[in-house]
Write a protein that binds this ligand. Sequence first.
Ligand SMILES: Cc1cc2nc3c(=O)[nH]c(=O)nc-3n(C[C@H](O)[C@H](O)[C@H](O)COP(=O)(O)OP(=O)(O)OC[C@H]3O[C@@H](n4cnc5c(N)ncnc54)[C@H](O)[C@@H]3O)c2cc1C
Length: 426
Amino acid sequence: MIVIGAGLAGLVSAISLLQRGRSVTVLERRSVPGGLCGSTHINGYKFTLACNDFGSSMRRYLSEIGVSLTFDEHASVWHVGDEKYVLPPTPETQETLARHKADSDRLAEAVSRPGFDEKFESAAQLLEATVRDPGYADFRTLPSYVSGLDPAKHRLDWFLQGTSKNPDYGYDNLITPVEGPEQITEALVERLSRLGGSIHYDTDVHGIHDTDGGKAVTTSRGEFHTRTVVSGKERFSSNEPRSGLQLATLHIATRPEAPFPSGVHTVGSLPAGLGRSMAALDAGRFPGRFGFHIFPCAATEAYRSFNVYFYYPRGVEELDEPTSTAVRNYITGELDRMIPGFASAIVFQRLVSPTQFMNEHGLRRVSIQDILPAGTGKPAIRDAATGVYHVGNTVGPPAYHASAAVLSGLQAAELVAPEAGRARTA
Ligand SMILES: Cc1cc2nc3c(=O)[nH]c(=O)nc-3n(C[C@H](O)[C@H](O)[C@H](O)COP(=O)(O)OP(=O)(O)OC[C@H]3O[C@@H](n4cnc5c(N)ncnc54)[C@H](O)[C@@H]3O)c2cc1C
């Protein structure tokens, strides 16, 4: 059978099918595996490509397909206006949370009442009605920030899903492979080849059509015939999908002695008025203050490298020079406030827009590819009209991160298993 795409979802479904005794060929249009899970080199410095920390369920899903990796567990630190939250909560953060208990209780009580989801349509409505302290409201807006959504347009069920950390994802229980996210990809590729699977790189799939008793997959390298196709391409709910905001990256390299809190992966900066800031971005404007987060990519004797992620305004492809400079100055200024001495250790910076990233790597930089209308769920893994199985974040569990993509791969393999056949090249 054919699996399209050697991203995490495609690789996991391929391995799961191989484990069930199927013959699997993976077709990947890039020259490397892993999709958004990998690394890249710029100016001799190594940087993480996109995904970097994972829900703790990742360990379990990988072990289901015979892949065992060592993960570190790190804390996350979020600077929200004047307050600081460490997740999982330290005693100091527990004190901060205790100060906001009345707001927290009001919010919990509101969502426990029957019919609350008819009363509030969006994250912003719920927070406005229940949380009185603006700083705490900013902290509770974190799921909207992580999703790249204006909280006024963030579906309530999605927002609560973000808070409920399903499947096992949340900033208080994240894990990272000890040597970086590309370790997951490397381990999956090794497992796939050990089970007899193969990957054809530089093979762009153009279309799939039915043949007598099977399917023909047309690619830049000829046609493949098979009975079953699992596709890691997005399965959109409509012809005009609207995505969440796109993430840009400021790559930073520092001298090796640059300060960074130990035992911490992500350090985030969320401005006072985060909701308004996200709304401005969604409306296509760069707000003066905006949320961003930084995490370490590599540490050698010669340097340390970090990625800073922040959102581009909707519809903006490139920033003009003054805005780009202002953005970089804002980020480095905030970094120095959160991590004193960090800015003076910087030796290299490169800002990569989502468009540049797409041009360089052929991958989109959005967490949510398809904002579904309220009341609707993701399309099914199996497209009844075409018989093609889909994997990745546009199908499968109602969440948008790597663990959910991997779970969709496992779910697809389970659905496919009874009817899979052998692939051959025409
Ligand atoms: C900037 C960013 C940061 C993120 N950070 C995190 C994080 O820290 N933690 C987390 O859990 N999640 C994170 N995510 C989400 C996570 O990266 C995704 O959920 C996950 O990588 C999706 O895996 P996938 O295999 O479905 O898709 P992808 O990684 O996009 O892989 C799809 C693969 O299919 C290939 N392909 C597509 N079309 C074709 C075609 N026509 N022919 C052949 N091949 C094709 C692509 O080249 C690619 O290799 C992040 C996402 C982004 C954008």
